[in-house]
Design a protein around this ligand. Sequence first.
Ligand code: PAF
Length: 283
Amino acid sequence: MEVIRTVAGLRGRIDALKADGKTIGLVPTMGALHEGHLSLVNRARGENDVVVVSVFVNPTQFNNPDDLRTYPRTEEADCALLEKAGVDFAFIPSVEEVYPEPDTRQFELGPVAEVMEGAMRPGHFNGVAQVVSKLFAMTTPTRAYFGEKDFQQIAVIRKMVDLEGFDLEIVPCPICRADDGLALSSRNVRLTPEQRAEAPRIHRVLAASVDFAKDHTLAETRQWVIDEINKLPFMEVEYYEIADPLTMRPLSSWDEEHEIPAVGCVTVYCGDVRLIDNIKYNR
Ligand code: PAF
């Protein structure tokens, strides 16, 4: 595996590979890698000639300076994992390399970016669109891989790809869970042992709500999830919405569901750690 730190270095490698007709799989990450990231890498390895993993904690998508400051940074361990996973290039640029000038672009992402995470974290999705559009322009991937834990992020990135006209495939990958059901996240390391023991119950409530939904209205199901999670030690729900999986519009009745099942998206504060998860209502 080669570690590349400059855009010029990355472009040189990519141009040569593309001239040779190679396909490129890109896995964008913010590091602190875990099995969830590795599942994206494995998928990318199976579907492309070359795999590039970017490791970059993107300051423009953090609306909370403390969150940016405390975001785990584990470059050495990340590189060891990527090397073992058979990655060809780890692209690990500095902030100055990605943003030689402040990025003032405002993407017209529309309603998909205005609800849920968009409402709770103003500017977050614009920052994601800024960095992902730069990574796409730098890497010109054939395919790019994103985890469905950040379900709304994928819808936003699809919108950005439409706006910018990138010619690539977005590949959504299923959530990776610990054996006890907790969705894997780089933030999980910040949970105390007591919080970590309770956190899998978020997924258990979501999974149980699929059954509950069979004979309850959407509004009842939504409220049930909020109440059940709020009963758990350490937990406070920030939002729970059952939304259209393409537009991310929160639904108010099961009748509004189209062919693709609705998705329930939750954000929960477990102590001061913000956890997100989601469930598909395959009822
Ligand atoms: O999902 C993430 O880790 C980040 O939002 C991403 C897509 C790497 C952009 O910084």
